[in-house]
Write a protein that binds this ligand. Structure first.
Ligand SMILES: Cc1cc2nc3c(=O)[nH]c(=O)nc-3n(C[C@H](O)[C@H](O)[C@H](O)COP(=O)(O)O)c2cc1C
Ligand SMILES: O=C(O)C(=O)c1ccccc1
Length: 400
């Protein structure tokens, strides 16, 4: 058993980590990281959805040796959990994405790198050494930008691209707009930093992708709007022209076989079936941490219909609101193969840079191991819906 010496006594849970990080981030960064779209109800429900389920523990099984590992992208991952791609990690701490990569390597946990990272994908790959990485991709209207990024990721040994499909437009994040969120000039969006400056506007009246700063904005249905003038490349994350037919085949031809192609941001069984038909390698059930369509279902609530639609043909991952080892257990019991966490890693970075990310990963990994043992499961594949019940608002319990 761990002694108190191995613990950071100020931060024994992700909630405590969030509280400490809160005071260490400037308001602009904190609001950018923490908020959801519109009223934030989907952001909150991503978390509260987990409270609708309870675990049915089994006893008198030898749980002295719990194996939490899973195989992903040909590597042994220490727990069924990865670090979701989140943009601009240097806002939290100068270690940024390199700190995250080092912490992931130490923990044996796969890292997702945002296209809009503040460290280059090559530097992140170097830091990761043999630990696997995936590149989150926004498929830009100018495909050349995406093609270049894909080529670089391939060369750097990334295992997969996760195409984000829930951003035809950016969700409306009101604090971002009110704070006139902008990436401070001493940071750069490193994956595009070397590109030459080009025309001052693209065909949609947006500044070119290669600009180095980022600024809040949204699409009002007709044009890009920003409180402080024209938005910069931030808006390029959104591409309303993407379709299954036009873009998924193209992406597969650019990436496979060296890199797998996944879609991140699936929220229905119908789209999961289309993903299957279009031959993607896997699905991430996600609503972008409640930052896109507010009013969408919590990801845990969307998961069962997607699991049913896919029928085990390709892996299904889920993210959004996962803050405890028991949340991971519940998502797996509902049929997910693997989960990803976003904000807890940003809070770790804000708290203590790389050491804080190591702490975030340790807290949740320890909780996964303990939860599995207390529930009577000794390996990840033991976790099935037999271990879960649903409890409604009046306390009525039903088997799944
Ligand atoms: C500050 C922030 C930036 C994000 N940036 C990206 C991004 O660049 N690309 C992307 O696909 N998802 C992005 N996401 C969404 C995450 O990948 C993930 O879906 C989400 O954070 C999961 O929810 P959680 O934060 O509740 O764990 C971002 C999320 C946050 C909070
Ligand atoms: O903030 C985000 O959620 C996000 O995905 C994003 C969008 C534009 C630029 C960087 C990140």
């Amino acid at each position: 058993m761990a002694t108190s010496n191995e613990h950071d006594l100020k931060c024994l849970t992700i909630e405590e980590l969030e509280r400490h990080a809160h005071d260490l981030m400037d308001k602009q960064t904190r609001d950018y990281y923490n908020e959801g779209a519109d009223s934030g109800s989907t952001l909150r429900e991503n978390m509260t959805a987990y409270e609708k389920y309870r675990i049915r523990p089994r006893v008198l099984r030898d749980v002295s040796a719990v194996d939490t590992t899973v195989n992903i992208f040909g590597h042994k991952n220490s727990v069924p959990l990865g670090v979701a791609p989140t943009a601009m990690q240097c806002l939290a701490h100068s270690d940024g994405e390199i700190g995250t990569a080092n912490a992931c390597k130490k923990a044996g946990i796969v890292m997702g790198l945002s296209s809009f990272a503040t460290k280059s994908l090559e530097d992140v790959a170097d830091a990761s050494e043999e630990n696997p990485n995936v590149l989150q991709l926004y498929l830009f209207e100018d495909k050349e930008h995406s093609r270049k990024l894909i080529q670089r990721a391939k060369k750097a040994g990334f295992k997969a691209v996760f195409l984000t499909v829930d951003t035809p437009f950016l969700g409306r994040r009101n604090l971002e707009i009110r704070n006139q969120f902008k990436l401070p000039p001493h940071f750069k969006v490193a994956n595009f930093a070397d590109e030459n400056t080009g025309p001052s506007e693209d065909s949609n009246g947006r500044p070119p992708l290669k600009r180095r700063s980022s600024q809040a904005g949204y699409h009002d249905g007709e044009k890009w709007v920003s409180p402080t003038g024209p938005v910069t490349f931030h808006s390029h994350a959104a591409n309303p022209t993407l379709t299954w037919e036009k873009d998924i085949d193209w992406l597969k031809s650019e990436c496979q076989p060296e890199m797998q192609v996944w879609v991140k941001g699936i929220a229905t069984g119908d789209d999961a079936i289309l993903a299957l038909h279009h031959g993607v390698d896997g699905i991430v059930v996600s609503n972008h941490g409640g930052r896109q369509l507010n009013g969408a279902l919590a990801t845990l609530d969307a998961l069962p219909e997607i699991v049913a639609a896919v029928g085990g043909k390709i892996p299904i991952h889920v993210d959004g609101g996962i803050r405890h080892g028991t949340d991971v257990f519940k998502a797996l019991a509902l049929g997910a193969d693997f989960v990803w966490i976003g904000r807890p890693v940003l809070w770790g970075l804000a708290y203590k840079g790389q050491t804080g990310v190591e702490l975030a990963l340790k807290l949740i990994s320890d909780e996964i191991r303990l939860c599995m043992a207390l529930a009577g499961t000794v390996k990840v594949s033991d976790i099935t819906k037999e271990y879960l019940v649903k409890i409604d608002k009046s306390g009525f319990v039903s088997r799944l």
